[in-house]
Ligand binder design. Structure first.
Ligand code: GLU
Length: 281
C-alpha cells in the first residue's frame, strides 16, 4: 500500500483504606501504598523514555505532558506530587499492569481503541495525535512513497506497529522493540529507514540536543490516536473523577500551559483539546 493520509480529522493496612475514603482519596488498596511519611500514595503508569511526554530525567525526576496531566489528575483525586509513585509501563505491558492492579491509572501515550477497551477502561481523551514517520534529514521518504520493503521500527504492543502490519505497509521489514528510544538508535546508525509512531512522540525525539538536525518528521497523518487515561476495567469511580479532572484542566488553562511547556521546545503543533468522550476515528 502506498502512503496516504487518513481523513482529517493488599491492600495497604485496612486503616489506610478507611482513612483514604475520609480524605477524599481513592482507596484502591491494590495500588495505594505507604509513602515515606506513612501517608497514602498513588501508583501511576507512564513512559520513561519519551521526551516531552513521559521521561525519567538523569536526576531521577519525571517530565512530559503525560506527567503533567497525571500530576494534575492526581491532585484532583487528593494526592500531592510527592504522593505519586511513578511506574514505567511500556506499550505492551499497559493492559496487564491495570488488570493486575500494579498501577491505579496509566497516562502513557495510551490510545483508546476498541480492542483495548475489552480489557481496560479509558478516561478522556485528553490529546489527539497522529501516526507519522521519523526519517533521516536527507531521506526521500515522503507522501506516496511505498514503505513495503523498507526497514521500519516501532514498539511491541503499540497501535503504530499494528497499523503498519495491517494497513500501512504489510510487507515492510518491521522491527518491533520494547521502546521508541531503542528504535531511534537504529535510525541514527542507518540500520533503519524510519521509526513510526505518534507525531507527538517523534517530535520529542527529533528535538533532543543529541539529534538536532539529524531527523525530520514526514508530516503524514497516518492515523488518529486519541490519548486516554487507562484504569482497571470497571473502576468507574476513578474514571469519572479523572474525566472531571481533565475537564477542569482544560477549562482553567492548565492543559494549555502543559502543552506549551512540553510541546513548545519540540515545536510540535498539537490539535486543540479534545472533548471528553469524543473519539476521532
Ligand atoms: N499511541 C500509540 C499506542 O497507544 C503509540 C504510542 C505508544 O506505543 O505508546 O499504542
Amino acid at each position: 500500500m502506498k502512503l496516504r493520509k487518513v481523513s482529517a480529522a493488599a491492600a495497604t493496612a485496612l486503616v489506610l483504606a478507611l482513612t483514604a475514603t475520609a480524605c477524599g482519596g481513592d482507596n484502591g488498596g491494590d495500588s495505594s501504598g505507604s509513602g515515606s511519611d506513612g501517608g497514602k500514595t498513588i501508583k501511576i503508569g507512564i513512559k520513561y523514555d519519551q521526551p516531552g511526554l513521559g521521561l525519567k530525567e538523569p536526576d531521577g525526576s519525571f517530565s512530559g505532558f503525560d506527567v503533567d496531566v497525571a500530576t494534575y489528575v492526581a491532585k484532583e483525586l487528593g494526592y500531592k506530587p510527592d504522593q505519586i509513585e511513578w511506574v514505567e509501563t511500556k506499550s505492551a505491558d499497559r493492559e496487564n499492569a491495570l488488570s493486575r492492579g500494579d498501577v491505579k491509572m496509566i497516562a502513557a501515550t495510551y490510545s483508546i481503541t476498541d480492542e483495548r477497551k475489552q480489557k481496560v477502561d479509558f478516561a478522556g481523551p485528553y490529546l489527539l495525535a497522529h501516526q507519522d514517520l521519523l526519517v533521516k534529514a536527507d531521506s526521500d521518504i515522503k507522501e506516496g512513497t511505498d514503505l513495503n520493503g523498507k526497514k521500519l521500527c516501532s514498539v511491541t504492543g503499540s497501535t503504530s506497529a499494528q497499523n503498519v502490519k495491517k494497513e500501512i505497509a504489510p510487507k515492510a521489514q518491521l522491527q518491533e522493540l520494547g521502546g521508541y528510544s531503542e528504535c531511534i538508535a537504529g535510525l541514527q546508525s542507518g540500520a533503519l529507514d524510519a521509526v513510526t509512531t505518534d507525531d507527538a512522540i517523534l517530535a520529542g525525539f527529533a528535538a533532543q540536543d543529541q539529534y538536532k538536525g539529524q531527523f525530520k518528521l514526514t508530516g503524514l497523518k497516518l492515523s488518529n490516536e486519541n490519548y486516554g487515561i487507562g484504569v482497571k476495567k470497571g473502576d468507574t469511580e476513578t474514571l469519572n473523577k479523572i474525566n472531571d479532572a481533565l475537564e477542569k484542566m482544560v477549562s482553567d488553562g492548565a492543559w494549555e500551559k502543559a502543552v506549551k511547556d512540553n510541546f513548545g521546545p519540540a515545536n510540535y503543533k498539537n490539535e486543540p483539546a479534545p472533548k471528553i468522550g469524543q473519539i476521532v476515528q
